[in-house]
Design a protein around this ligand. Structure first.
Ligand code: HXC
Length: 519
C-alpha cells in the first residue's frame, strides 16, 4: 500500500470509528432525546481540545458469533481534553455499540484513562449510558467492572471523580458512579437501580415504573444517591464544567482562583434585618449565601435532598469555598439523619480537596423522636461531627441565630477545631431553647403553683431570665468559644479576611492507616 493510501486508510478508519454503532443507531439515540458519546464529549470540553485514545480497540469475544460483530472503539469513547484550559480525562459510554454494555476490552479502555488521570493528577469524568454487563462476555464483564471499582476506590480523595448518568445505569454498574464524588442525572432519560422493575415485581410483587424506582427525581430527592438533576444533557455538561471550576486538579493542589472584582468589603444592609425579631420565624438562608458569595453565585449540591441543610460551592475573593448552612426555611433547619449524612459527605469531600469550609449556623437541634432514633441519628450525627473534627482545611463558622445542644457542637464549633467562630448579635448559643430548659429546671417549682395566672407569670419571669442569660452570643463569647460578635452586614468582609489569614494554616492529623468514621 502506498503511503498516501495508508493515510487514506487511517482517515477511513477514523471516520468509521466515529460512527460507533452506525447511523441507524445514532438516529435512534437522537430520537430518544439523547446525544451520542462523542457529541457529549464535544460539548463538555473546551472546543477542539479532545484527544481520543483507543479508537481502534475492538472486543475479543467469540461467544454467540460475536467475532462477526465488531465496532471500532467497542462501546466507549475515552481520552482527555481541557475545561477552562485545565486537563481532564473523560470516558463516555457509547450506547450505539451493543448498548454501551461493558466488555472486557471496554473496561480496559476505561481503566486506562482512570490510570492516566491518576498519573497526571487530573479529574476524571465518566458519562454513563449503558445496558450493563455485556451479556455475551459473562464473567469477564464482571471482572471488568471490579477493575473499575477498585480504581474508583483508589482515586477517591486523590482526584475529583464526576459521574453523569445520561441513560440506563443498572445492576452492579451503579456502583462505579456511587464510588465517585458527584453524580448527575437527566430528568427524562436516566435511571439507576440495583434491580429493575421486572425483578422487583418477581421478588416482591411490587409494581413500579423505571422512573419511580430509580429516576432523577427519586435519586436527587429521596435516596440522595445523585447530587444534581438537570433538564437536558447540554445543561448537565455545562454544570459539570462549572463544578470542575470549583475543584482542584488533585488533592495536592488548591482549587483555582478566579478573581472577579466583587469588592471584598461590600456591605449588605439587608443582612442586618434578615433574621426576624421573633426567633421562631423562618427566613431563607440562601439569601445570606447569595449575599456573601462573589457575584451572588452559588452552585448548590444536593439541592433537593435534605433541604434543611444547604451544601454547595461559592467563591469568596475568587477563592473556592464549600458552604454548609442550616436552612431555617425548611423543618426549621433541624438536623436529622439525612441532613447529617449529606453535610458530612460534603465536608469530607471539601477537606479531601483542600477547599475551605464556611459554616452558617441556625440550628434548633437534632430532630427528636423514635423515627430518627431508629434510623440511627446517633450514628448519622456522629458522621457530621467526625467530618468536621477530622477536617484540616480552613474552617470559618458564623452563628446567625440558634445554635443549641449537640447540634451546636456538631456545626463546626470551636472545639471541633473551628478556626474563626463568629456570631451575629441575634445568636442564641445554649444547651437548649428557653421553653424546654425552663420545663426541666423549673418543672418541680411550676407544678407546685396551683393558680394559673401566677403559674404563667412565674413561667414568663423564668423564661426572661433564661433568655437574658443564655439567648445571646455573649455568654459563649465570654468563654472564648465565639471569637467575635460581628455586624451582619459586614459578614462577607470578615469571612474573606479570615480565609486570607488561614491561607498558611497547617494542621496535621496523627498518622494512622485510616480513621474509623461511624459509617
Ligand atoms: C449486550 C446489550 C446489552 C447487554 C443492550 N444491548 N444491553 N448487549 N449486553 N447488557 C444491546 C442490544 O442487544 C441492542 O443491540 C442494543 O444494545 C440496544 O439495546 P435495546 O434493547 O434495543 O435498547 P433499548 O430498547 O433502549 O433498551 C435498553 C435496555 C435494554 C433497557 C438497557 O437493552 C436492556 O434491558 N438490556 C439488558 C440490561 C441488563 O439486564 N444488563 C445486565 C445487567 S446485570 P442491537 O444490535 O439491536 O443494537 C449487570 C451486572 C453488572 O450489569 C455487575 C457489576 C458488578
Amino acid at each position: 500500500m502506498a503511503n498516501q493510501d495508508k493515510i487514506n486508510n487511517l482517515i477511513e478508519l477514523r471516520t468509521k470509528a466515529k460512527l460507533g454503532g452506525g447511523i441507524d443507531r445514532i438516529e435512534k439515540q437522537h430520537a430518544q432525546g439523547k446525544l451520542t458519546a462523542r457529541e457529549r464529549i464535544e460539548l463538555l470540553l473546551d472546543e477542539g481540545s479532545f484527544e481520543e485514545l483507543d479508537m481502534f480497540v475492538t472486543h475479543r469475544c467469540t461467544n454467540f458469533g460475536m467475532e462477526n460483530s465488531k465496532f471500532l472503539g467497542d462501546g466507549v469513547v475515552t481520552g482527555h481534553g481541557t475545561i477552562d484550559s485545565r486537563i481532564v480525562y473523560v470516558y463516555a459510554q457509547d450506547f450505539t455499540v451493543f448498548g454501551g454494555s461493558l466488555s472486557e476490552t471496554l473496561a480496559q479502555k476505561i481503566c486506562k484513562v482512570m490510570d492516566m488521570a491518576m498519573k497526571v493528577g487530573a479529574p476524571i469524568i465518566g458519562i454513563n449510558d449503558s445496558g450493563g454487563a455485556r451479556i455475551q462476555e459473562g464473567v469477564n464483564s464482571l471482572a471488568g467492572y471490579a477493575e473499575i471499582f477498585q480504581r474508583n476506590i483508589m482515586a477517591s480523595g486523590v482526584i475529583p471523580q464526576i459521574s453523569a448518568i445520561f441513560g440506563p445505569c443498572a445492576g452492579g454498574a451503579v456502583y462505579s458512579p456511587a464510588l465517585t464524588d458527584f453524580i448527575m442525572m437527566t430528568e427524562e432519560n436516566s435511571y439507576m437501580f440495583v434491580t429493575g422493575p421486572k425483578v422487583v415485581k418477581t421478588v416482591t410483587n411490587e409494581d413500579i415504573t423505571v422512573a419511580d424506582l430509580g429516576g432523577a427525581d427519586v435519586h436527587t430527592s429521596k435516596s440522595g444517591v445523585a447530587h444534581f438533576k438537570v433538564a437536558t444533557e447540554e445543561e448537565g455538561l455545562m454544570m459539570i464544567r462549572k463544578l470542575v471550576s470549583y475543584l482542584p486538579q488533585n488533592n495536592m493542589e488548591e482549587a483555582p482562583v478566579f478573581s472577579n472584582g466583587d469588592p471584598i468589603d461590600r456591605l449588605d444592609d439587608a443582612l442586618n434585618t434578615i433574621v426576624p425579631d421573633n426567633s421562631n420565624l423562618p427566613y431563607n438562608m440562601k439569601e445570606v449565601i447569595f449575599s456573601l458569595a462573589d457575584d451572588g453565585e452559588f452552585l448548590e449540591v444536593h439541592r433537593n435532598y435534605a433541604k434543611n441543610i444547604i451544601t454547595g460551592f461559592c467563591r469568596m475573593d475568587g477563592q473556592s469555598v464549600g458552604v454548609v448552612a442550616n436552612q431555617p426555611n425548611y423543618l426549621a433547619g433541624v438536623l436529622d439523619c439525612a441532613a447529617s449524612r449529606k453535610a458530612a459527605r460534603f465536608v469530607r469531600m471539601c477537606d479531601a480537596f483542600n477547599i475551605p469550609l464556611l459554616t452558617l449556623v441556625d440550628v434548633p437541634g437534632f430532630l427528636p423522636g423514635s423515627a430518627q432514633e431508629y434510623a440511627g441519628i446517633i450514628t448519622e450525627g456522629a458522621k457530621l461531627m467526625f467530618a468536621y473534627g477530622e477536617a484540616t482545611v480552613p474552617k470559618v463558622t458564623i452563628t446567625l441565630r440558634k445554635s443549641y445542644g449537640g447540634a451546636h457542637d456538631v456545626m463546626s464549633c470551636k472545639q471541633l477545631r473551628g478556626d474563626f467562630n463568629y456570631a451575629w448579635p441575634q445568636a442564641e448559643i445554649a444547651v437548649m431553647g428557653a421553653a424546654g430548659a425552663i420545663e426541666v429546671i423549673e418543672g418541680r417549682a411550676i407544678s407546685k403553683i396551683t393558680d394559673e395566672a401566677e403559674r404563667l407569670a412565674y413561667l414568663q419571669k423564668k423564661t426572661a431570665e433564661y433568655n437574658e442569660a443564655f439567648a445571646n452570643p455573649y455568654n459563649a463569647a465570654s468563654f472564648g468559644y465565639i471569637d467575635d460578635v460581628i455586624e451582619p452586614r459586614n459578614t462577607r468582609f470578615r469571612v474573606i479576611r479570615a480565609f486570607q489569614n488561614l491561607q498558611t494554616k497547617k494542621v496535621v492529623n496523627p498518622p494512622k492507616k485510616h480513621s474509623n468514621i461511624p459509617l
